[in-house]
Design a protein around this ligand. Structure first.
Ligand SMILES: Cc1ncc(COP(=O)(O)O)c(C=O)c1O
Length: 394
């Protein structure tokens, strides 16, 4: 059993204990050969929040595994966190607990669309979203982000045309902030998106799981707070990215409108699922006591994003990357190196750093990999040393 103090100090010490990570048996650190550094999973290495671990330990010691009534505490904790950190005064009564954000996405597809309808995806985008079409009989309408010298952008004129040309579009799945590019939608951009969605009778499912990692210079604006958004917006989010607790399965679908909330609840309760006791407890503790710890973590990853972009610009300028405005993910364009159709393997074979294959993210992903910089500074430097050494001198 790891000792508590060293876990509690990980963020402040900016340290990752690899042996402990491997021993803990998580997906990120176990399946690879020992010489490979895993940077492929969107999970940071500095969790969990010490107070969360303490509360979980207490629950385990008490054998507190029975049925529970955690929904009320969760709604309050969610509303408190989103008010303090993102300025949204959410109604706790309209917060639906579920197991995962992806479950919430599929529930929205079920609740707000019919077979044959289309769902808009801002591509390249978090790869599991691409499973919507093959698993639900819905169509996908691609809304490609565009890139210029400043970075990635949502093309609002293209969205306008897409919605006008396909009357079967019933849902827009926003990834806000955007995985993998780290792009943050601004208030004017969100306002236009909401206008277009309302005009075309489209529900916005706004996946805001990365919201807590929005860096100085930007601000996360919850879609639901945009005027006109409430009747058409579902916010899907959780603390699993913030606190690195993906295995605990605890997320929410939050509403700002009773009618949309009621339509969502028409999905049978047993398909909507719920939270397990420990995940629910962890979410409540994180959203109640996590502020100072998350401030430290965000400051650390803010330094990391600059460090990564600066080092690559100086040492490997033909790997194109834009400063992410949010997330602990960097979207690396390796095209100049001609990495073939598996850029993740190509990179791993040269560097022993494993990233996520950009092709999985859909259009715009070829030649790219997604790298997780949510780790210690020393580990990030080791990753960057390996990449710069492995790819230079061709
Ligand atoms: C944008 C986005 N949504 C959802 C998830 C997954 O959330 P969950 O495990 O709660 O389904 C991730 C995880 O990487 C993500 O990046």
């Amino acid at each position: 059993m790891p000792d508590r103090d060293s876990l509690a100090e990980q963020v402040l010490r900016d340290h990752v204990d690899v042996a402990r990570k491997v021993a803990s048996g998580g997906y990120k650190w176990t399946p690879q050969a020992p010489e490979v550094i895993p940077a492929f999973v969107a999970e940071h290495d500095l969790g969990p929040l010490p107070a969360m671990q303490e509360a979980l330990r207490h629950a385990v010691d008490m054998g507190g595994f029975g049925y529970h009534l955690g929904a009320e505490a969760l709604g309050e904790a969610f509303a408190g966190w989103w008010s303090r950190r993102h300025g949204w005064e959410a109604d706790p009564a309209l917060v639906v607990p579920n197991a995962s954000v992806l479950q919430g996405v599929w529930a929205c597809v079920e609740a707000f669309t019919s077979p044959g309808d289309a769902v808009v995806l801002p591509t390249p985008v978090y790869f599991p979203f691409h499973d919507i079409a093959p698993t639900t009989g819905r169509r996908i309408a691609d809304w490609p982000l565009v890139r210029d010298a400043d970075g990635w952008h949502h093309d609002l004129d293209a969205l306008e045309h897409l919605l006008a040309d396909d009357p079967g579009i019933r849902m827009l799945l926003l990834c806000h902030p955007h995985n993998p590019t780290g792009k943050v939608l601004t208030e004017p951009e969100l306002t236009r998106i909401v206008e277009l969605a309302a005009e075309h009778d489209v529900v916005i499912a706004s996946d805001e799981i990365h919201a807590d990692f929005t860096y100085p210079g930007g601000a996360h604006v919850p879609t639901a707070t945009i005027p006109g958004a409430a009747p058409i917006t579902v916010t899907l989010t959780s603390g699993i990215k913030t606190f690195a607790i993906g295995g605990l399965k605890a997320s929410v679908a939050a509403f700002a409108d009773e009618r949309l909330h009621a339509r969502f609840l028409e999905v049978p309760a047993n398909l909507l699922g719920g939270q397990n006791r420990l995940g629910n407890l962890a979410a409540v503790v994180g959203w109640t006591h996590g502020d100072a710890w998350v401030d430290e973590l965000v400051a650390l990853f803010d330094r990391h994003r600059h460090h990564l972009v600066d080092r690559l610009a100086a040492e490997l300028p033909d790997v194109r990357v834009h400063l992410p405005e949010s997330t602990f993910l960097a979207w690396l364009d390796l095209s100049a190196h001609e990495p073939g159709d598996r850029p993740d393997r190509w990179l791993r074979d040269r560097t022993n750093v494993l990233c996520k294959d950009g092709n999985l993210f859909g259009s715009g992903g070829a030649g790219h990999v997604r790298l997780t910089f949510g780790t210690s500074t020393a580990m990030l430097d080791e990753i960057l040393d390996r990449i710069t050494t492995g790819l230079s001198g061709r």
